[in-house]
Design a protein around this ligand. Structure first.
Ligand SMILES: CC(C)(COP(=O)(O)OP(=O)(O)OC[C@H]1O[C@@H](n2cnc3c(N)ncnc32)[C@H](O)[C@@H]1OP(=O)(O)O)[C@@H](O)C(=O)NCCC(=O)NCCS
Length: 202
């Protein structure tokens, strides 16, 4: 037991002890609704969200090169879309972010690829060793290429320079730092191959 706990008891020590969750009653919830509806800051925030979705999704999507039949979640984000190339029937899940390089790093996604939710694919890394803040430093860029029929599970991260072969699968939550061969199943951070897809050609 720490000195504070001995003196005050665990419930009195900041950050320790237990507390009951406070739930609002009907009247309090109604009051909260009315104050929200009347709060001009809420409308200003809605405009900020519209602006965000416009510059992160709506406007850039027009500049992404897309094949036929692509299905893209309305909250997927595209950075430097002129260097993003999606094949036919690609499916991009909720909140995915495809971040091509600011000057030359491309992201190429083959036909029939499937991205689960919250996937990040990036073709650029900040440098961090020249003594200035990271955001003031130049970026290193390297193309990312996914073959056809690649499945990236939820929350996969693919780093610059990675190539993922046709038919490969990357398990949920993996961080792909090195290239993955055709048909491989890879998991973990950093992602390692643990299996092979058995039937790959239709
Ligand atoms: C990678 C994946 C396809 C593997 O499926 P599978 O071949 O049926 O694998 P299994 O469930 O038999 O698991 C095999 C082993 O890998 C482990 N494993 C499976 N997926 C894993 C993951 N994403 N990360 C870490 N370990 C994983 C299992 O715990 C198991 O380990 P064990 O042998 O020590 O018990 C699947 O687990 C996965 O991650 N799917 C993505 C699901 C998803 O994100 N869906 C979103 C909608 S697209």
């Amino acid at each position: 037991m720490t000195e504070d706990e001995e003196r005050l008891g665990p419930a009195q020590v900041p950050g320790l002890g237990s507390a009951k969750k406070v739930s609002l009653n009907r009247r309090q919830r109604l009051l909260r609704l009315i104050t929200s509806v009347l709060d001009p800051r809420a409308y200003l925030h809605a405009l900020k969200l519209i602006n965000y979705y416009n510059y992160s999704h709506v406007a850039p999507l027009r500049r992404v090169t897309r094949g036929a039949g692509a299905a893209i979640s309305p909250n997927a984000v595209f950075s430097h879309p002129e260097r993003i190339f999606l094949g036919d029937r690609v499916r991009i899940g909720a909140r995915c972010h495809l971040w091509a390089g600011p000057s030359h790093g491309r992201i190429e996604v083959g036909d029939d690829c499937l991205f689960g939710p919250d996937v990040l694919v990036t073709a650029a890394n900040y440098r961090f060793n020249d003594g200035s803040p990271v955001t003031d430093q130049k970026m290193d860029e390297a193309d990312v290429r996914l073959g056809r029929d690649v499945w990236l599970g939820a929350r996969v991260i693919v780093l610059p320079g990675v190539q993922i072969g046709d038919y490969a699968i990357v398990g949920a939550g993996a961080v792909v730092t090195k290239s993955i061969p055709q048909g491989a199943i890879a998991i973990g951070a950093p992602a390692k191959v643990f299996g092979q897809r058995s039937a790959m050609e239709r």
